[in-house]
Design a protein around this ligand. Structure first.
Ligand code: PEP
Ligand code: MN
Length: 358
């Protein structure tokens, strides 16, 4: 997959001068609902209509989708509006039915990407077709698992590929339903710059007021597209009601969102950027230097503890350090979570150093 530049051929075919927009309801509910939303999206930036036909619910008893009946509604929506269609497939039967109903793009849900067995079965069912497959990130923050799923499709000859970033599940409380962990898709982009990257702000946010900001962040990070859950009556949607927005709001968002250039040839810009980057490089050197010095002190602490047969982990001291650093950084503009993450990483490295003391 490393050298393939064909991966984004399907995206280039849209020939858009803005990021790709995929929109539509979380779930297809009724024929009228699908058609009404499709018509409302028709004259917006949206190119692809999404609707879940089979819904993977975390707990049984919630709305589990209308099933293959809904595929006919998608087909009709395509005929009437010219929008392409996409739905989630989670097994070879779904694939077969989606192909029979001429669904243009198939997406793989987060709960499916976690299972190499399921991915393999779906990939084999798609062998020999020219479908576009978009792979959502797995529920857990694991880049290798995400890429592994993409590779399984590629190995079956599916070369029209892309990924959807929908955030990662966390046990900690957060303002998001699924935390974005932006570094993971950034790492993925660095490794596979040709693989189209699409943001699903709806499943990251879990609530509609965060959607715009998430979309803007994605555009600032050069994402290739957005997949946004859209319903004419979000509050009464049969699934994911809190996170859906109306087609009208989506239209407004796409007008207000700022698409950034990847580079600029402006001389002043390049001069300023170079100067600031030199500054950053110097600070980074100092940071590493300080970390090395800190670890050397940790080594000394490790020796003293070993000599006196005292355990490495001192929860009280660790708690004190965290509290001190959080209070020191208050009002500095650094987020508390950032300080927490940095210090957790430093503490882990420090423990590893102390364990290595012979
Ligand atoms: C969806 O797109 O409606 C969906 C179920 O998404 P995910 O697999 O990201 O949870
Ligand atoms: Mn949903």
């Amino acid at each position: 997959m490393e050298n393939s530049t064909k991966l984004r051929g399907w995206l280039d075919n849209f020939d858009l001068n803005h990021p790709l927009v995929i929109a539509g309801p979380c779930s297809a509910e009724t024929e009228e609902q699908v058609l009404k939303i499709a018509h409302q999206l028709k004259n917006t930036d949206t190119s692809v209509l999404r609707a879940g036909i089979w819904k993977p619910r975390t707990r049984p008893g919630n709305f589990e989708g209308v099933g293959s009946l809904g595929l006919k509604w998608l087909q009709k929506a395509k005929e009437e509006t010219g929008l392409m269609t996409t739905t989630e497939v989670a097994n070879p039967i779904h694939v077969d039915l989606a192909l029979k109903h001429d669904v243009d793009i198939l997406w793989i849900g987060a709960r499916t990407t976690v299972s190499p067995f399921m991915i393999q079965e779906i990939a084999e069912a798609l062998k020999g077709t020219d479908k576009t497959v978009l792979v959502k990130n797995p529920v857990n923050p694991d880049l290798a698992l995400w890429l592994g799923a993409v590779e399984r499709f590629y190995k079956q000859g599916i070369e029209n590929l892309g990924v959807i970033h929908r955030g990662f599940s966390t046990y900690d409380s957060s303002e998001y339903r699924n935390i974005p962990e932006w570094q993971i898709p950034i790492d993925l982009q660095n490794e596979f710059p040709d693989l189209p990257l699409i943001l699903d702000p709806s499943h990251i946010a879990g609530r509609r007021d965060l959607i715009f900001e998430l979309c803007q962040t994605a555009l600032d990070l050069n994402y290739d597209g957005l997949m946004v859950e859209t319903h004419y009556d979000p509050d009464n949607a049969w699934s994911d009601a809190k996170q859906q927005i109306t087609p009208e709001t989506l239209d407004k968002y796409t007008i207000d969102l700022k698409v950034k250039n990847k580079v600029s040839s402006n001389e002043d810009f390049n001069y300023q950027l170079k100067k600031l980057r030199t500054k950053i490089d110097k600070i980074d050197e100092n940071l590493v230097d300080l970390l090395v010095k800190r670890m050397q002190v940790a080594d000394d602490i490790g020796k003293v503890k070993k000599e006196h047969n005292v355990s490495i982990l001192q929860p009280e001291r660790w708690k004190q350090i965290l509290e001190r650093m959080i209070s020191l950084s208050e009002g500095s503009g650094l987020q508390k979570d950032f300080i927490l993450n940095v210090y957790k990483a430093i503490h882990q490295e420090s423990i590893a150093h102390q364990k290595n003391i012979k």
